[in-house]
Design a protein around this ligand. Sequence first.
Ligand code: NAD
Length: 484
Amino acid sequence: MVVDTAAPAAQARETLSFSESVDRNFAKAAALLDYPRGLLEQIRVCNKVYYVQFPVRIRGEIQVIQGWRAEHSHHRLPCKGGIRYAETVGQDEIMALAALMTYKCAIVNVPFGGAKGGIKINPRNYTEEELERITRRYTVELIQKNFIGPSLDVPAPDYGTGPREMAWIADTYMAFRPDDINALACVTGKPVEQGGVRGRTEATGLGIYFGIREALSLPELVRPLGLEPGLEGKRVIVQGFGNVGYHAARFLQQEGGAIITAVIEWDGAVYNPDGIDVEELARHRRETGSILYYPKAQTIPMEERDTVLEYDCDILLPAALESQIHYHNAPRIRAKIIAEGANGPTTAAAEEILLQRGIFILPDIFLNAGGVVVSYFEWLKNIAHVRLGRLEKRFEERTNQRLVEMVERLTGKTLTTPERQLLLRGPDEVDLVRSGLEDTMISAFHELWEIHKTRKGVQDLRTAAFVCAIDKIATAYFQLGIFP
Ligand code: NAD
């Protein structure tokens, strides 16, 4: 069904800012709940925002750099949320993203409040050394204002940042707080050699895969969309081939058997209806600097890049930036499921159109929570000062060995060496991280699905996610005794 794009109410909603859009989703869920108005207001508002401008010497000139850190909620501490580097960064965006973090943590039972930070730069315009200087200076600003610390506020990677930036942040913090025994836990997403946890880099993408796989396993969810249950053979278009998009596409293809028909990047897109090998495409980009002109797919130039979002597919996975599916392209989206890898990729007006058209949305505050789940594991590891699995690995291997020996004795059969190795192996850190992530994403999905199915007025999974988050945060406030 094609929607009347001149509908004035939907058009008005297109002018909402990102944080107004988040507030609107919050209000939709809050209206279905019976909490005191003051409590709902306390859950909704952003508790603390820090805006800073600081000078950095770049190629002999002083440049004044703008940065933000927003702590949306202190109902649980520390606050947690990524730091992004992009030219589009601004206060409204950072506050909206911080709010999403609060709701996300609640949904996946991570005991943190939400936060977000950002620096208004295009990292492509700076050398590695310049980026290091900017990152370290920003960290000092956060330290001075108590906007970072293992028990206060713990950043992580986001758009435009990665393990390298997190290592600079940790190093700067440790230099200023040499007496803090938990200093390494001041930031997550660090390289493994610098206190990171194995499995963090790919965590958001892997969580997206677990979330989509679980949703697609439900016949009552997929059949009304005209799909058969299961991921195998489903056609997926991915927008953004960065940390989130690349890993999600890789797991969807390698573990789920999905077909990646198109990948969209900032400089254009590649398309092959028979499927694109994700690893090969990543290799092509490493060698040439771009996904374009990958020889086994058609290249779509930058000017037509966004039309690829409208190509026929089963799952559209936006994993770049916010507001990519909007009032103007929503009527033309042909995907049956939108899997929100990015934060806020669908505007409020677009969502209304998509839902009217029967398109199912797996919302960001659930689907891309894998990063914060594994960040939580990294923080626990840093606070505990022990590698995950160190205590139980050998014990489990010995238990497995006793079991295998008993089975061999009782059956009179002997296992081959590879069979024995497979059964004896105790869990490594990455096994525990992945298993914890899988369990979290599966449980969270079913919790949201249950709310969607059973709670009056909850018509979509995003509203279910907000209901779930508000319920949990309200309970936390009641426990704190602030609201009787
Ligand atoms: P990233 O910087 O690693 O990757 C983003 C990619 O999108 C880059 O390759 C960039 O070139 C590409 N891109 C930029 N503009 C584009 C456009 N117009 N069309 C297509 N591609 C474009 O960032 P990331 O960490 O993958 O984050 C992506 C999104 O996921 C953001 O919304 C972020 O907030 C969200 N997110 C990230 C994490 C995480 O752990 N990194 C966790 C949760 C949510």
